[in-house]
Design a protein. Structure first.
Length: 97
C-alpha cells in the first residue's frame, strides 16, 4: 500500500475494516486532520489485504483496524510499527530502507 498507492505509514496504520468497499473497489484513506479521500483499490492490493486477513488470523478483540499486532498486547499497529515492518523487509531483501 505504501509503494503501490503512495500512502504514508500513518494512513496505512489508520485503515479500518469499514474503510474498504470491496464491491466498489474503493478505499477510504484518512489523512492528516479531518482530511479523507477515496482511492481506487487495485486488484493486487485488495488481494494482498484479503490474503493477509485470512492467513494471519485476527486475534479476538474489538479493534476495527486492518493491521493489528498478532502478539499481545493485541492492538492496532502504529505508524512506527508499519515503518519497522518496511525496514525489516528491506533488510531481508538486502536493500537500504
Amino acid at each position: 500500500m505504501l509503494a503501490r498507492l503512495g500512502l504514508r505509514a500513518g494512513e496505512v496504520a489508520a485503515l479500518r475494516l469499514e474503510d474498504i468497499d470491496w464491491r466498489k473497489g474503493e478505499l477510504l484513506v484518512r489523512g492528516k486532520g479531518p482530511k479523507q479521500e477515496r482511492l481506487p483499490l487495485p486488484t493486487d492490493v485488495g488481494e494482498a489485504i484479503a490474503g493477509s486477513l485470512r492467513r494471519v488470523g485476527r486475534p479476538r478483540f474489538d479493534a476495527r483496524e486492518v493491521f493489528t499486532r498478532v502478539r499481545a498486547p493485541h492492538q492496532r499497529l502504529s505508524s512506527g510499527g508499519i515503518t519497522g515492518i518496511v525496514y525489516a523487509a528491506c533488510g531481508r531483501a538486502g536493500i537500504p530502507p
